[in-house]
Design a protein around this ligand. Structure first.
Ligand code: ZN
Length: 368
């Protein structure tokens, strides 16, 4: 009798422990995946309040809410909005929407530019069963994407379906070569408002076969008075070489580092022509996503060494954090990087901090 009583009481203790463990796990899950998202503590939520002044252009390099490399750049001038790329996972659509809605109040994106068909640039536009495509979340007026691709992925299929549904709903769709050639209604230059234009460049791989998907990237620059802001997607060395040869590239106030700061982009051939004064890198600094060789993780030592010959004004969106030696998570580096200019005054603000890369602890430990 006594023995069975002892047995049932130890069973009760076991049940209590299991219930407690489950309650703690549920609480942790709720905190990390629900509360943090709602309260804006995740990357992408901690945004500096900026007021859009008349004549002020703003360019935002977004964090994507996860530990994966990808691009998303939001540009606003007056009530004209441009979104370049929608990386890096379908779930980024939630992060991007929350951010964009702080600035875009009418649910309309005047221009959507999709540079190339790699997942880390199209995922949030592709969408899936869980996450609605950005095309479903916004009315996109003009969609401009890449003339060529060799992709056959499910993500790419979803992208095409979502894009074509937006076109069926009234959007206009061109590729960058049509824009460059002013063909069929597409324009090489679009006015974004008084004194600001968006200009499509000629990339040799718009109409030639590339061995690397990255070289199909749409290339364009925004011009605001004397200031030029260059975006080349993930264009690689050979593509940059042709870009310099085939276009009259302007000196650039700002350059989005090619291919997330890869060692095969942001080459001397390009840099010596555009002489960038500010460089923003969309990546998770130090992430082992593509390589475990420390100096080749984004932003790579080689790219930084080349860029540093022109400017110390280098900023990075996100930081990879090693949790337990095996698992990686994301934290903000500069965070969402907001560049603002009226054509004269120019500022760079990070939602986490606004330090230049060379002044950060990460740089001293990993790149100096
Ligand atoms: Zn990429």
């Amino acid at each position: 009798m006594a023995k069975s009583k002892k047995k049932s009481s130890s069973a009760l203790v076991a049940v209590i422990i299991v219930v407690l463990v489950l309650a703690i796990a549920a609480g942790a899950y709720w905190y990390f995946f629900h509360y943090r998202k709602q309260s804006g503590q995740e990357p992408g939520g901690n945004i500096p309040p900026t007021v859009q002044k008349t004549g002020q252009l703003s360019i935002h390099f977004l964090e994507l809410g996860n530990k994966y490399t990808g691009d998303c750049i939001f540009i606003q001038y007056g009530d004209v909005e441009v979104l370049i790329d929608g990386g890096s996972r379908e779930s980024s659509a939630d992060t991007i929407e929350r951010y964009v809605d702080r600035y875009c109040t009418d649910g309309v994106l005047e221009y959507v530019i999709v540079t190339h068909a790699d997942q880390d640039h199209i995922a949030a536009f592709a969408g899936n069963k869980t996450y609605k495509s950005l095309f479903e979340r916004y009315e996109c007026k003009t969609i401009i994407d890449f003339p060529r691709t060799d992709k056959q992925t499910k993500t790419y299929e979803n992208y095409v379906a979502a894009r074509d549904a937006e076109v069926a709903a009234g959007a206009v769709h061109y590729n960058a070569l049509q824009c460059y050639n002013n063909e069929g209604g597409a324009q090489r230059t679009y006015s974004l408002g008084e004194g600001v234009s968006m200009n499509f460049l000629y990339n040799y791989y718009y109409d030639h076969k590339a061995t690397d998907e990255n070289n199909y990237s749409v290339c364009m620059y925004i011009k605001q008075g004397e200031y030029n802001y260059l975006f080349t997607g993930d264009l690689e060395e050979k593509g940059e070489e042709y870009l310099v040869q085939k276009n009259e590239l302007p000196q650039c106030k700002l350059f989005k580092a090619g291919h997330h700061g890869s060692k095969t982009s942001s080459t001397d051939a390009l840099l010596k022509v555009i002489k960038p004064e500010y460089v923003c890198v969309c990546c998770c600094a130090g992430s082992p996503e593509y390589t475990v060789t420390p100096e080749n993780t984004f932003p790579t030592s080689d790219a930084l060494a080349r860029i540093s010959k022109y400017t110390e004004n280098i900023y990075v969106t996100s930081l990879a954090v090693n949790v337990d030696g095996k698992t990686w998570d994301v934290a903000p580096f500069n965070g969402n990087i907001v560049v603002q200019s009226d054509g004269e005054a120019f500022s760079v603000t990070g939602s986490n901090h606004s330090e230049k890369l060379k002044d950060t602890e990460w740089y001293l430990q990993n790149r100096a």
